[in-house]
Design a binder for this molecule. Structure first.
Ligand code: HEM
Length: 63
């Protein structure tokens, strides 16, 4: 993951959120970093996982 090329892992899938203005700096709402598995952190969000629907899946986590 390069600067300006932001990915977020959620429930085993890796999403490319680069096109989102809400992830422009790689730090979302001063709390959540791109490049991490944020599955457990969705509970802190005022929105559901539906926010991921428009972003491409670019990978899968190996467990
Ligand atoms: C304190 C926690 C959080 C706050 C206050 C927050 C707030 C917001 C707001 C206001 C939006 C734009 C409005 C919307 O689409 O409903 C948004 C979009 C989004 N959030 Fe969060 N969020 C938080 C945590 C998270 C976490 C933990 C994730 C990932 C698991 C996440 C992923 C996203 C994504 C992918 C979008 C869509 C961006 C877009 O449509 O361009 N957020 N968030």
């Amino acid at each position: 993951m390069a600067i300006g090329d932001w990915r977020v892992a959620y429930k085993g899938l890796v999403y490319d959120v680069t096109t989102s203005s809400f992830w422009r700096t790689g730090l979302h709402r001063d709390l959540h970093w791109a490049g991490q598995d944020l599955t457990d952190e969705i509970a802190d969000a005022p929105h559901t996982e539906l926010v991921f629907h428009k972003f491409p899946i670019v990978g899968r986590l190996k467990i």
